[in-house]
Ligand binder design. Sequence first.
Ligand SMILES: Cc1ncc(COP(=O)(O)OP(=O)(O)O)c(N)n1
Ligand code: TZP
Ligand code: MG
Length: 208
Amino acid sequence: MPSLGRLHLVTDTRPGRDPLAVVRAALGVAGSELVVQVRVEDSATDREAYDLTCRILDLCRPVGATCLVNDRLHVALAAGAAGGHVGADDLPVDAARQVLGPDAVLGATAREPVAAARAVAAGAGYLGVGPCHATTTKDGLPAPIGPDGIRAVADAVPVPVIAIGGVTAATVPALRAAGAYGVAVVGALSTAADPARATAELLGALRW
Ligand SMILES: Cc1ncc(COP(=O)(O)OP(=O)(O)O)c(N)n1
Ligand SMILES: Cc1ncsc1CCOP(=O)(O)O
Ligand SMILES: [Mg+2]
């Protein structure tokens, strides 16, 4: 399995957003370093999720970027994505691993060390940990855990920790210093006036 990219672009399919344009811009800068996670609204149909995934895979393949699918593992398999990401409302991690197979990339959400270790034992290859900072992108999230919360998880597991929630280029250094392997972002790219430039800034901060 190729090593996991450190910058995860999670798609924003809310009204008024243009996820394909953002992915295209980010891939132009990050290429194979980018992981694109296709995340659609719960109200989206499987057909819409599948069509978006296929279009994003068409953009990722030529540059060797990894494409994952959030929640809907059957869509990941049907479209030929590299894997998926699951959280508390999705398939349990061991079931997700069974569905995807041993070689797929599988991420799981965790916000504290005990759940994180359980997810890894059940087959997660990386962890999405957060929210590390306040965000308006997703409703109903628990309180932000900050860099200290990231450190607690990173110290407890042997897999890459991807920090998520309110991440910007300015907050990346503290998250990396706390042990995050990489970051996942929605708004930092989807609301950027210049997503290519925002990608370059995030990559620069991750290399620091
Ligand atoms: C990298 C990464 N980390 C966390 C999440 C959140 O997943 P989940 O808790 O299942 O919430 P939804 O994204 O499904 O609303 C993620 N998608 N990616
Ligand atoms: C899906 C999800 N899970 C925890 S925070 C989050 C949203 C992150 O979005 P943003 O990068 O815009 O804060
Ligand atoms: Mg989920």
